[in-house]
Design a protein around this ligand. Structure first.
Ligand SMILES: Nc1ncnc2c1ncn2[C@@H]1O[C@H](COP(=O)(O)OP(=O)(O)O)[C@@H](O)[C@H]1O
Ligand SMILES: [Mg+2]
Length: 213
């Protein structure tokens, strides 16, 4: 029997592209890395998170970033286990790959844009998440609103639309901010971009606190 403590694992999933999976995966993994050794796994053949890490140059990112081969590495009982693993998923994750991933993670975060069309596109995924979570008391899956605008009426409408899905919506939202795009361009995260990223850093920390609760 292995004595390795199992890592806490979080997956960012949405079958739609462009909802912020990679942006949130990288920034949340960097925030987790301040708490303990963290591995970010880039499952997307497009390799955006790996490219992000490559942009970081000699300074690097505070967590290790691997491609799909990490799954095997993480299973190697002779290696020390990280405390946290974050999975950045491609939009076209195949059914069996998705099922296997859902079976191993503790939390799933589904980033959605503030658009009804985007939300409706995640209907099928929500049903899969319900099945995956059945009977697992420590499991949680939730939507997180990304690229939110500071518009109260619209937020309220989105909240009501999300409620129909029966999946939790995190209280914390991630606003639309140019700093997220420049962080990727510079191979940085909101935790290393100083005062200009303070608001973004605070919202990433708030999202993380809710996930770890
Ligand atoms: N909160 C945000 N504010 C501004 N731009 C964002 C935000 N989240 C994501 N983006 C930008 O939106 C695009 C899609 O995000 P990305 O993380 O690549 O989505 P996905 O991984 O789901 O395809 C990228 O150009 C990214 O920089
Ligand atoms: Mg991506």
């Amino acid at each position: 029997m292995s004595r390795r403590a199992a890592p806490f694992q979080l997956a960012l999933i949405n079958h739609k592209g462009g909802t912020g999976k990679t942006t949130l995966a990288v920034n949340l993994a960097a925030a987790l890395a301040r708490r303990g050794p963290t591995v970010l796994v880039d499952l997307d053949p497009q390799g955006s998170a790996l490219q992000w890490a490559a942009q970081s140059g000699a300074a690097g990112l505070p967590m290790a970033v691997y491609g799909a081969e990490a799954a095997q590495m993480l299973a190697d009982e002779s290696q020390p286990s990280p405390h946290y693993v974050v999975w950045d998923c491609p939009p076209a994750l195949q059914q069996d790959g998705l099922q296997a991933l859902l079976g191993r993670v503790d939390r799933v975060l589904v980033p959605v844009l503030p658009s009804a069309l985007d939300l409706w596109a995640s209907w099928h995924l929500v049903r899969l998440l319900e099945q995956a979570g059945a009977g697992r008391s420590a499991w949680r899956a939730a939507f997180v609103l990304n690229q939110a605008e500071p518009d109260r009426a619209w937020s309220q409408a989105m909240n009501e639309a999300v409620a129909e899905f029966g999946l939790e919506l995190l209280q914390s939202v991630v606003r639309r901010r140019a700093i997220y795009r420049s962080a990727a361009l510079q191979g940085q995260t909101v935790h290393t971009l100083g005062r200009q990223a303070a608001a973004a850093r605070a919202e990433i920390e708030a999202v993380l606190e809710e996930i770890l609760k």
